[in-house]
Design a protein around this ligand. Sequence first.
Ligand SMILES: [Zn+2]
Length: 155
Amino acid sequence: MAIIKCPGCGNNVSDKAVQCPKCGYNVANGLQNFQQQPNNEIPEVAKKFNWGAFTLLPLWGFANGMWWWIFVTIAIALIPFGGVINFALSIYMGIKGGEMAWNKKSWRDINHFTKVQEQWKIAAIVVWVITLLLLIISIFTAGAIFSSYDDYYYY
Ligand SMILES: [Zn+2]
């Protein structure tokens, strides 16, 4: 028995389950059924906060069916307070990006979508860790410069 992501809602279910206990999706019929579903509802996993979209919006957009983000963010960066606007857009896309990506791009199935978004999330975490490290290094470097200045000043 294996645990898979329900193609209907992204919840963890057993691959031996007939129906998903959360959304009622017919797991037994598999992915063919998903393609035939009349109302292509937005799955739960696409509604989650999207760290990839929030952190790496231009690149994430490019890879998730919204190539124009790369041009939009560069154009906005050139105008006054563009950084603030881009930051606001990043937050907005963190909230809405998953749903938009789900609708814009043709995904094989929800597992494909989930896997790609998880890879972007890992990339986002790497970016945040590197940013934090650079921040810590710059604080220590600044501290070292100031303390050497003190040495010079007092002796
Ligand atoms: Zn489900």
